[in-house]
Design a protein around this ligand. Structure first.
Ligand SMILES: Nc1ncnc2c1ncn2[C@@H]1O[C@H](COP(=O)(O)OP(=O)(O)O)[C@@H](O)[C@H]1O
Ligand SMILES: [Mg+2]
Length: 628
């Protein structure tokens, strides 16, 4: 399979040259001139030496000075052409790289989340950066030089046979062995080079991870372990690199052996020809010069084999990514999703990340239009998974999800995602200004809309206090914002998006109380008039929902209003509330019973009957639920 894939990849790669055909032809023509021009020089040398040695020129039409003048002109032209050729070829290669990188990035963005979960960030960026550059070599150095070298080789061969065919035959007799060996070696080079690239990818992935997690590493004083792991990976890379070096050195050695020895033989035998008067000294010198010129392109061609091998491996790796299927529908198939009311329905949804291990085990959920519902459950119960399915980060194994009766798998993916505003627990801010970051919600938003969104998100005040207001640089390289501030920027994005469906995945869980209050206000404002799914831990947030779904180990364990659920003593929801209040309870000295103290909340969380019950802490885990 691998073997039949490769030629196709090369063809696809070369297709990137199509838009630049004109440049390619020009650069090739200039290249051919560049490589053939120096062939004139030994021919001049032949006459020059014969004039100097015998003072009876073999070609009486040209004087010594005239010949040297021509030589100077030839090399001046050569200099000019060389510069032009490099300019043309490199520009072309860079342009092509740009196109490939752009396409690859675009493609990668359309790949499903599973692709990202299965790979390290650094490993993905390694393909975009290193592999694309390596692939570029194929063209920049190897691909076209091959053609130039080939034509100059052809010209020189003709000249050499014309000068003395016996010497020429001698010279070329070692060529088949040389070419045979090179072919074998290049195959091996390609294999080791692919392996080297694979290990480099692992190395780069590791570097990225350590940089991203540096504070974690420091706080756990894990530096030594990290360094050891890095060294191991470097070592593993080094092994293949050594293997590469070995093949490379063998390749260079055989090239030297098979090129230099015949050259000496030519002088040896040619010298006898000169002594016998069959050949002039000038012609022998010219022959020797031509030999150098034959072997230079040949040596380059052998080097080129290596470069080709490396580049071909990189090209294969690029197209491996190109061949991964994008998210279905992301290219605009399917009708637009029409959200009229915003009713959401999960019907028998089963989904898991790993085969045979469902994270959701047959979920039936009906969310009425415009309602605010809460999803609660222990960590790992499947809450995030449930809402991720709504925007098709993944597709269910079984069952279906509909919005206003339309199966989300059958509508245009972009239209689906544009109608759901998703505020996550730890929103990501991109490098750029505050304004740019809010504009993520709507790319063509004007300044006024952005300020309005910030205001609704309770973010205006803190943004105004930033050094450059809305123009302040944030993200990785700019001002660091607090969790609550980031969250409010994310909410401003959601305001701009004006989507009829809103999903809040633990949007306030990691915040301190004062910022939570601000975020809360903003979220309440945002939820108005939209179908809203809130995932939250805090009872105050949950209790305000119109309807609550309780998840336990991927199953829907309970649903209802807060008032109804809390009455089901010892039920899943009751237990969640109880555990949470337990955490806030102030233990009375010498007793194992707790008085309940709820620090905040607009709702009466616990009805009288329950609160007055003697709530002793019960450490036994709830009985395992089963769906249906
Ligand atoms: N990307 C993933 N790959 C594999 N398993 C995952 C992934 N994301 C979540 N899970 C697993 O799926 C289950 C549900 O996770 P999640 O929906 O994130 O729970 P919650 O949001 O309720 O805390 C957990 O057992 C978790 O380990
Ligand atoms: Mg979660």
């Amino acid at each position: 399979m691998d073997a039949c894939k490769r030629p196709g990849n090369l063809k696809r790669f070369l297709a990137y040259l199509k838009p630049y055909r004109g440049w390619l032809i020009l650069s090739t023509v200039v290249g051919v001139v560049k490589y053939n021009l120096p062939v004139v020089f030994p021919w001049i040398l032949k006459d020059v030496i014969d004039i100097l040695v015998t003072s009876s020129p073999s070609n009486p039409r040209w004087s010594f000075d005239q010949l040297m003048g021509v030589a100077v002109l030839v090399f001046a032209a050569y200099a000019l052409i060389t510069s032009l050729r490099t300019h043309l070829a490199d520009r072309l290669a860079l342009r092509m790289t740009f196109d490939i990188r752009k396409d690859l990035f675009q493609h990668i963005q359309k790949l499903p989340l599973d692709f990202y979960h299965a790979r390290q960030t650094g490993a993905i960026s390694s393909r975009l950066i290193s592999d694309v550059s390596q692939a570029q070599n194929f063209f920049g150095l190897a691909g076209t030089n091959f053609f130039m070298d080939f034509t100059s080789l052809l010209t020189i061969s003709c000249v050499v046979f014309y000068l003395n065919w016996k010497l020429a035959v001698l010279t070329y007799s070692t060529l088949p062995i040389y070419l045979f060996l090179q072919r074998r070696l290049s195959r091996r080079m390609r294999l080791t080079s692919r392996e080297a690239r694979r290990r480099m990818e692992i190395l780069e992935g590791g570097i990225h991870e350590s940089i991203a997690g540096i504070s974690e590493i420091k706080s756990f004083t894990h530096e030594r372990e990290q360094s050891r792991r890095f060294a191991d990976r470097c070592w593993s890379f080094l092994q293949t690199a050594f293997e590469n070096v070995r093949t490379h050195s063998i390749s260079l050695g055989t090239t030297a052996l098979l090129t230099k020895v015949p050259a000496v033989l030519v002088i040896w035998i040619g010298g006898h020809f000169v002594l016998q008067g069959q050949l002039t000294v000038g012609a022998l010198m010219a022959f020797y010069a031509y030999l150098e010129m034959i072997y230079n392109p040949l040596t380059r061609l052998s080097e080129l084999n290596i470069q080709l091998a490396n580049s071909r491996a990189a090209i294969d790796r690029l197209f491996e990514f190109f061949d991964l299927g994008t998210e279905a529908g992301s290219d605009g198939q399917g009708p637009q999703l029409l959200v009229r009311a915003g009713g959401i329905r999960y019907q028998g949804v089963v989904f898991g990340y790993l085969p045979g291990q469902p994270a959701l085990k047959g979920i039936n959920v009906e969310i009425e239009p415009g309602r605010r519902v809460a999803l609660v459950g222990a960590s790992g119960a499947g809450k995030s998974t449930l809402v991720n399915l709504l925007v098709r980060f993944h597709d269910p194994w079984e069952g279906a999800i509909t919005i206003d009766g339309q199966d989300i798998r059958e509508v245009n993916l972009r239209s689906l995602r544009s109608q759901v505003a998703f505020v996550q627990q730890d929103p990501v801010l991109f490098s750029g200004s505050v304004e740019d970051n809010i504009r993520v919600g709507k790319v063509d938003a004007d300044r006024e809309e952005i300020v309005r969104a910030a205001e609704l998100a309770n973010a205006l005040e803190f943004i105004r206090e930033l050094p450059d207001g809305f123009q302040t640089e944030i993200g990785e390289r700019g001002v660091k914002l607090s969790g609550g501030q980031k969250q409010r920027i994310a909410i401003a994005r959601a305001f701009l998006k004006e989507a009829p469906i809103l999903v809040l995945d633990e949007s306030t869980s990691s915040l301190d109380l004062p910022s939570e209050k601000l975020v809360h206000e903003a979220l309440n404002r945002l939820a108005r008039g939209r179908t809203t799914i809130i995932i939250a831990h805090r009872l105050s947030t949950v209790a305000g929902a119109d309807w609550i779904f309780v998840l336990e180990s991927g199953c829907l364990a309970q649903q209802g209003t807060h008032e109804a659920l809390i009455r089901a003593t010892e039920g899943p929801y009751w237990k969640l509330c109880f555990e949470q209040m337990q955490a806030f309870a102030i233990p009375a000295a010498g007793e194992n019973t707790h008085s309940i103290s709820v620090p905040y909340g607009r709702h009466s969380l616990v009805p009288e009957r329950v609160a007055s019950k003697n709530m002793t802490y019960n450490a036994t885990s709830p009985s395992s639920p089963s769906c249906g």
